[in-house]
Design a protein around this ligand. Structure first.
Ligand code: ADP
Length: 215
Protein backbone atom coordinates (compact mmCIF):
# COMPACT_ATOMS: atom_id res chain seq x y z
CA UNK A 1 0.00 0.00 0.00
CA UNK A 2 1.40 3.39 -1.04
CA UNK A 3 0.12 6.37 0.94
CA UNK A 4 0.80 10.11 0.71
CA UNK A 5 0.26 12.43 3.65
CA UNK A 6 -0.47 15.96 2.52
CA UNK A 7 -1.06 18.93 4.76
CA UNK A 8 0.52 22.15 5.96
CA UNK A 9 3.68 22.24 8.06
CA UNK A 10 2.89 21.25 11.62
CA UNK A 11 -0.32 19.42 10.72
CA UNK A 12 1.00 16.20 12.23
CA UNK A 13 2.00 14.30 9.10
CA UNK A 14 5.12 12.92 10.75
CA UNK A 15 3.34 11.75 13.90
CA UNK A 16 0.60 9.98 11.95
CA UNK A 17 3.06 8.54 9.43
CA UNK A 18 5.12 6.97 12.23
CA UNK A 19 2.04 5.44 13.87
CA UNK A 20 0.76 3.95 10.63
CA UNK A 21 4.24 2.76 9.69
CA UNK A 22 4.56 0.83 12.96
CA UNK A 23 1.11 -0.65 12.55
CA UNK A 24 1.51 -1.95 9.01
CA UNK A 25 5.28 -2.39 8.78
CA UNK A 26 5.89 -0.20 5.79
CA UNK A 27 8.45 2.62 5.99
CA UNK A 28 7.44 6.23 6.66
CA UNK A 29 9.61 8.38 4.45
CA UNK A 30 9.97 11.94 5.68
CA UNK A 31 11.69 14.10 3.08
CA UNK A 32 12.25 16.73 5.80
CA UNK A 33 14.18 14.15 7.86
CA UNK A 34 16.15 13.00 4.78
CA UNK A 35 17.08 16.59 4.05
CA UNK A 36 18.11 17.30 7.65
CA UNK A 37 20.33 14.21 7.45
CA UNK A 38 21.96 15.65 4.32
CA UNK A 39 22.49 18.96 6.17
CA UNK A 40 24.17 17.17 9.08
CA UNK A 41 26.58 15.47 6.66
CA UNK A 42 28.02 18.94 5.92
CA UNK A 43 28.41 18.06 2.22
CA UNK A 44 28.29 20.86 -0.36
CA UNK A 45 24.76 19.79 -1.25
CA UNK A 46 23.86 19.69 2.45
CA UNK A 47 24.98 23.29 2.87
CA UNK A 48 22.84 24.42 -0.06
CA UNK A 49 19.86 22.52 1.31
CA UNK A 50 20.25 24.17 4.71
CA UNK A 51 19.85 27.62 3.17
CA UNK A 52 16.47 26.68 1.70
CA UNK A 53 15.18 25.03 4.87
CA UNK A 54 16.33 27.75 7.26
CA UNK A 55 14.54 30.38 5.20
CA UNK A 56 11.31 28.39 5.03
CA UNK A 57 11.62 27.80 1.29
CA UNK A 58 11.25 24.56 -0.62
CA UNK A 59 14.31 22.67 -1.76
CA UNK A 60 14.33 22.72 -5.61
CA UNK A 61 12.38 19.99 -7.38
CA UNK A 62 15.43 18.60 -9.19
CA UNK A 63 17.21 17.87 -5.89
CA UNK A 64 14.01 16.41 -4.43
CA UNK A 65 13.42 14.25 -7.49
CA UNK A 66 16.82 12.55 -7.14
CA UNK A 67 16.41 12.15 -3.41
CA UNK A 68 13.02 10.47 -3.58
CA UNK A 69 13.91 8.29 -6.56
CA UNK A 70 16.91 6.86 -4.70
CA UNK A 71 14.91 6.33 -1.52
CA UNK A 72 12.00 4.57 -3.19
CA UNK A 73 14.39 2.15 -4.88
CA UNK A 74 15.50 0.73 -1.53
CA UNK A 75 14.29 -2.74 -0.70
CA UNK A 76 12.15 -1.74 2.28
CA UNK A 77 9.72 0.04 -0.08
CA UNK A 78 8.86 -3.17 -1.91
CA UNK A 79 5.59 -3.76 -0.03
CA UNK A 80 4.60 -0.14 0.16
CA UNK A 81 5.52 3.14 1.79
CA UNK A 82 4.16 6.27 3.38
CA UNK A 83 5.33 9.60 2.02
CA UNK A 84 5.43 12.35 4.63
CA UNK A 85 6.27 15.68 3.00
CA UNK A 86 6.47 14.56 -0.63
CA UNK A 87 5.14 15.67 -3.05
CA UNK A 88 5.02 19.35 -2.14
CA UNK A 89 4.60 20.77 -5.64
CA UNK A 90 2.66 19.73 -8.72
CA UNK A 91 6.00 19.04 -10.44
CA UNK A 92 6.95 16.60 -7.67
CA UNK A 93 3.59 14.81 -8.03
CA UNK A 94 4.25 14.48 -11.74
CA UNK A 95 7.67 12.98 -10.94
CA UNK A 96 5.94 10.20 -9.01
CA UNK A 97 3.57 9.66 -11.93
CA UNK A 98 6.53 9.54 -14.34
CA UNK A 99 8.24 6.93 -12.16
CA UNK A 100 5.13 4.79 -12.65
CA UNK A 101 4.33 4.81 -8.95
CA UNK A 102 0.78 3.94 -8.11
CA UNK A 103 -0.70 5.75 -5.11
CA UNK A 104 -3.53 4.12 -3.14
CA UNK A 105 -4.48 6.91 -0.73
CA UNK A 106 -3.75 10.60 -0.35
CA UNK A 107 -4.61 11.82 3.12
CA UNK A 108 -4.96 15.57 3.51
CA UNK A 109 -4.56 16.72 7.11
CA UNK A 110 -6.48 19.91 7.88
CA UNK A 111 -5.78 22.53 10.54
CA UNK A 112 -5.98 26.35 10.72
CA UNK A 113 -2.98 28.61 10.15
CA UNK A 114 -3.31 30.03 13.70
CA UNK A 115 -3.06 26.58 15.22
CA UNK A 116 -0.04 25.80 13.09
CA UNK A 117 1.80 28.89 14.28
CA UNK A 118 1.07 27.97 17.90
CA UNK A 119 2.14 24.36 17.39
CA UNK A 120 5.37 25.04 15.53
CA UNK A 121 6.66 28.00 17.47
CA UNK A 122 6.13 26.04 20.71
CA UNK A 123 7.81 22.88 19.40
CA UNK A 124 11.10 21.80 20.94
CA UNK A 125 13.23 18.93 19.68
CA UNK A 126 15.94 16.73 21.06
CA UNK A 127 19.02 17.19 18.86
CA UNK A 128 20.24 13.74 19.88
CA UNK A 129 17.29 11.36 19.39
CA UNK A 130 14.81 13.54 17.47
CA UNK A 131 12.02 13.31 20.09
CA UNK A 132 9.63 16.26 19.86
CA UNK A 133 7.93 18.19 22.66
CA UNK A 134 5.74 21.26 22.97
CA UNK A 135 6.26 23.93 25.59
CA UNK A 136 2.56 23.87 26.55
CA UNK A 137 0.88 20.76 25.15
CA UNK A 138 3.64 18.22 25.59
CA UNK A 139 6.48 19.50 27.77
CA UNK A 140 9.34 17.25 28.82
CA UNK A 141 9.51 16.40 32.52
CA UNK A 142 11.61 19.46 33.42
CA UNK A 143 10.73 21.52 30.33
CA UNK A 144 14.36 21.81 29.27
CA UNK A 145 15.86 18.40 28.74
CA UNK A 146 14.87 15.34 26.73
CA UNK A 147 13.08 12.68 28.79
CA UNK A 148 14.82 9.94 26.76
CA UNK A 149 18.47 10.94 26.93
CA UNK A 150 18.69 14.16 28.96
CA UNK A 151 20.03 16.27 26.06
CA UNK A 152 19.25 20.02 26.05
CA UNK A 153 16.11 20.62 23.99
CA UNK A 154 16.43 23.04 21.07
CA UNK A 155 14.16 24.87 18.66
CA UNK A 156 14.43 24.03 14.97
CA UNK A 157 15.76 27.05 13.05
CA UNK A 158 12.72 26.89 10.77
CA UNK A 159 10.29 26.89 13.75
CA UNK A 160 11.04 30.55 14.58
CA UNK A 161 7.89 32.66 14.04
CA UNK A 162 9.01 34.50 10.88
CA UNK A 163 10.10 31.30 9.18
CA UNK A 164 6.89 29.51 10.16
CA UNK A 165 4.91 32.29 8.47
CA UNK A 166 7.06 31.96 5.36
CA UNK A 167 6.52 28.18 5.33
CA UNK A 168 2.77 28.79 5.43
CA UNK A 169 2.90 31.19 2.49
CA UNK A 170 4.91 28.63 0.52
CA UNK A 171 2.46 25.88 1.52
CA UNK A 172 -0.59 27.84 0.32
CA UNK A 173 1.07 28.84 -2.91
CA UNK A 174 2.87 25.66 -3.99
CA UNK A 175 1.55 22.68 -2.03
CA UNK A 176 -2.17 23.40 -1.65
CA UNK A 177 -2.80 22.95 -5.41
CA UNK A 178 -2.05 19.25 -4.83
CA UNK A 179 -5.43 18.95 -3.09
CA UNK A 180 -7.19 19.55 -6.42
CA UNK A 181 -4.61 17.43 -8.26
CA UNK A 182 -5.35 14.35 -6.16
CA UNK A 183 -9.09 15.09 -5.79
CA UNK A 184 -9.33 14.95 -9.56
CA UNK A 185 -7.73 11.50 -9.43
CA UNK A 186 -10.30 10.47 -6.77
CA UNK A 187 -7.55 9.63 -4.31
CA UNK A 188 -7.94 12.39 -1.74
CA UNK A 189 -9.52 12.12 1.71
CA UNK A 190 -9.38 14.96 4.23
CA UNK A 191 -8.85 14.31 7.93
CA UNK A 192 -9.17 16.91 10.69
CA UNK A 193 -5.85 17.04 12.52
CA UNK A 194 -6.57 20.00 14.75
CA UNK A 195 -7.11 17.98 17.93
CA UNK A 196 -4.73 15.23 19.08
CA UNK A 197 -2.84 12.34 17.49
CA UNK A 198 -5.32 9.66 18.66
CA UNK A 199 -8.24 11.50 17.07
CA UNK A 200 -6.29 12.05 13.87
CA UNK A 201 -5.54 8.32 13.71
CA UNK A 202 -9.27 7.60 14.13
CA UNK A 203 -10.06 10.03 11.32
CA UNK A 204 -7.43 8.40 9.15
CA UNK A 205 -8.85 4.89 9.69
CA UNK A 206 -12.31 6.17 8.82
CA UNK A 207 -10.97 7.87 5.70
CA UNK A 208 -9.53 4.61 4.39
CA UNK A 209 -12.60 2.62 5.51
CA UNK A 210 -10.56 0.77 8.11
CA UNK A 211 -8.71 -1.07 5.36
CA UNK A 212 -5.41 -1.26 7.20
CA UNK A 213 -3.96 -4.48 8.38
CA UNK A 214 -3.62 -3.16 11.92
CA UNK A 215 -2.15 -5.35 14.62
P1 ADP B 1 7.05 20.50 7.86
O1 ADP B 1 6.14 19.54 7.16
O2 ADP B 1 6.61 20.75 9.25
O3 ADP B 1 7.35 21.75 7.07
P2 ADP B 1 9.38 18.90 7.21
O4 ADP B 1 10.35 18.32 8.17
O5 ADP B 1 8.52 17.99 6.40
O6 ADP B 1 8.49 19.86 8.08
O7 ADP B 1 10.15 19.86 6.18
C1 ADP B 1 11.09 20.81 6.59
C2 ADP B 1 11.62 21.57 5.38
O8 ADP B 1 12.28 20.66 4.49
C3 ADP B 1 10.59 22.27 4.51
O9 ADP B 1 10.21 23.52 5.02
C4 ADP B 1 11.34 22.38 3.17
O10 ADP B 1 12.29 23.42 3.21
C5 ADP B 1 12.10 21.07 3.12
N1 ADP B 1 11.33 20.02 2.41
C6 ADP B 1 10.79 18.89 2.95
N2 ADP B 1 10.16 18.16 2.00
C7 ADP B 1 10.30 18.85 0.84
C8 ADP B 1 9.86 18.63 -0.49
N3 ADP B 1 9.12 17.56 -0.84
N4 ADP B 1 10.18 19.56 -1.43
C9 ADP B 1 10.92 20.64 -1.12
N5 ADP B 1 11.36 20.91 0.11
C10 ADP B 1 11.05 20.03 1.09
Amino acid sequence: MNIIFLGPPGSGKGTLADKVSKAVHIPAISTGALLREAVRSQSELGKQIQQYIDHGNLVPDTIMGNLIKDRLQLKDCQDGFILDGFPRTIEQAQMLDDLGICIDHVINLTISDEQIVARLTGRRVCPKCGATYHIENLPSADGKHCDVDGADLTQREDDHPETVRRRLVVYHELTEPLIAYYSDKQLLRSVDSSTDPANTMQGFLKAIDGKLDLE
